[in-house]
Design a protein around this ligand. Sequence first.
Ligand code: A3P
Length: 299
Amino acid sequence: MATTEDVWRKDLKMIHGYPMIYAFALDWERMEEFQSRPDDLVISTYPKSGTTWISEIVDMVLNDGNVEKCKRDVITSKVPMLEMSVPGLNISGIEQLKTTPPPRIIKTHLPIDLLPKSFWENKCKMIYLARNAKDVAVSFYHFDLMNSLHPLPGTWEEYLHKFLAGNVPYGSWFSHVKSWWEKKKEHPLLFLYYEDLKQNPKEEIKKIASFLGKTLDNETLDRIIHHTSFEMMKDNPMVNCTHMPSSMLDHSKSPFMRKGVVGDWKNYFTVAQNEKFDAIYKKEMSGPTFKFCTDIQSA
Ligand code: A3P
């Protein structure tokens, strides 16, 4: 039986061609055998795209904006992470889901190919939140500094190289976003952007409500926007992940609720790094027409 010491800061392990967090990759059969329920709602993202934010928004929408109800538990219990598994700490998304009352909201970062087949067979509704790649890279770098389940990132320059090569947990941002985008053609999937949510939360929350069959009045929408603003979530111990063991998430290295802005990449990318990034981006994203913005003014 593995202990936490065996999984902290370990190299990624390949699962069907995708680099996976070592602890999660142990006993992968459990993922392949996972049985969904038709009323499960999946929240899917590439890491650091605002998963916690949209999870709290969805929980609020489903609870008609009732703040008290939304304080019933911490976010990691209200919205379990499917692939999460930490031997030694007794943390397992699949075990949690066995006792989560339906309808369940399930978080995952898995690429399409690794998501248990049962979700597709049951035609479970899914919400995908995408965030511009430059801010994701910066956020992911900081997350690697504070999360013992990930390999150390190295310098920013070294990390950016790994990110562009897809040599990070869950693999390439480009493949992830493109494949989930394609999937919406054939599956009930709402595709949203972090930058839109930041710029026009009311419209985006209305889209979420409508996708979930809810109609919310203006006052409720305003309450959800307020409760899920970065400033509110940063200080809310139910959602800011400070409840997680500090041996796993060390907020003194970098807080989980770090900045929550669009365009922080400009504080990290050198001109040369930006040019290299843009060249790779152009090649990788030449197909579908995404509307990513990397600066809120240019949205
Ligand atoms: P930064 O590191 O850029 O600040 P995830 O939940 O997928 O791990 O994403 C984490 C990122 O979302 C972090 O980005 C975090 O600060 C940001 N975030 C969390 N809550 C947010 C909110 N309410 N509004 C905007 N951004 C938020």
